[in-house]
Design a protein around this ligand. Structure first.
Ligand SMILES: C[S@@+](CC[C@H](N)C(=O)[O-])C[C@H]1O[C@@H](n2cnc3c(N)ncnc32)[C@H](O)[C@@H]1O
Length: 268
């Protein structure tokens, strides 16, 4: 059976997970988000870090450079294909890293194992987001940090004259992932998981026409098949936005939240 991410990936692209992950990692706004996330961690030499839903391991590699040879960075991902590729990419770099397959909501580690546990663009694929956050907190040591970024599709901005159709398009986009309002729910999950000193950094990313189309078109095609939008509406939508792009007037923004919390020290 396919996992949520693989189903979404089929919607967003041709089904080539590795190519899609590389393309996403190459986007400017994704890199800015990664830099912001890293700047919020108090990582130091010797630390143990877990990257949940690590994809191809780009962040695992960066964090390995920060923890040094006495530390360790482990990447976990549900996809065996993605983990195999991450292992190949980092195999001859001599870094203190390990890649394991596993699910974010059932982490195969003892309690209190890591100084930092992070996850980026993974919560949106989870049907049980609190389950994932609880697991991330469980494996973090008291005083350690939990850091999550995710999009919130309800905050998508698109400048168009077709306001009624925009409502349908945004709603189709929301239906393309299991947990489209993941970003806005992180604070609540952190509170419910008893994290303290919660720091929230809202992010807004203006995106190009091509990035917008890559993210939205799959959901619209599903809408076409299910009769939510007509072929006429589909054609009108892209014609107007393409025209705006040619005139240099296309404007869209994706929104998300970076949230960091600290696991309370054991008072017993
Ligand atoms: C959008 S990608 C982000 C990858 C990586 N965090 C990055 O920043 O490049 C989402 C990743 O989450 C993984 N994923 C989806 N569901 C998961 C789950 N239940 N447990 C662990 N990983 C999962 C996917 O296989 C994919 O690699």
């Amino acid at each position: 059976m396919k996992n949520n991410f693989e189903i979404v990936n089929e919607i967003h692209s041709s089904g080539d997970v590795i190519r899609w992950l590389d393309a996403a990692d190459g986007l400017d706004f994704i890199q800015k988000c990664k830099e912001k996330m890293q700047s919020m961690c108090s990582i130091k030499k010797g630390d143990n870090v877990l990257d949940v839903g690590c994809g191809l391991g780009q962040e695992v590699e960066k964090f390995a450079g920060l923890v040094g040879t006495n530390g360790q960075v482990i990447g976990v991902d549900l996809s065996a294909e993605v983990i195999a590729e991450a292992r190949v990419r980092l195999s001859d770099k001599g870094l203190p890293v390990e890649f394991l397959t596993g699910s974010a909501d059932k982490l195969n580690f003892p309690d209190n194992r890591f100084d930092l546990v992070r996850a980026e663009r993974v919560l949106e694929y989870m049907s049980d987001p609190l389950g994932m956050v609880s697991e991330m907190v469980r494996v973090t040591r008291p005083g350690g940090e939990v850091l999550i970024f995710d999009f919130d599709y309800s905050g998508t901005v698109i400048d168009t004259s077709m306001t009624e159709l925009a409502g349908k398009v945004n709603s189709l986009m929301e239906q393309s992932v299991p947990n489209p309002r993941a970003g806005g729910s992180i604070f609540r999950h952190f509170r419910n998981a008893d994290l303290i000193d919660i720091q929230v950094e809202p992010q807004m990313f203006p995106v190009s026409y091509f990035v917008y189309k890559a993210m939205v078109d799959g959901g619209m095609k599903v809408g076409l098949r299910t009769g939510v939008i007509s072929q006429l509406e589909y054609d009108k939508w892209w014609k107007e936005l393409e025209g705006a792009n040619q005139r240099g007037c296309f404007f869209a923004v994706f929104s998300g939240l970076i949230v960091k919390g600290i696991k309370m020290a054991d008072t017993n």
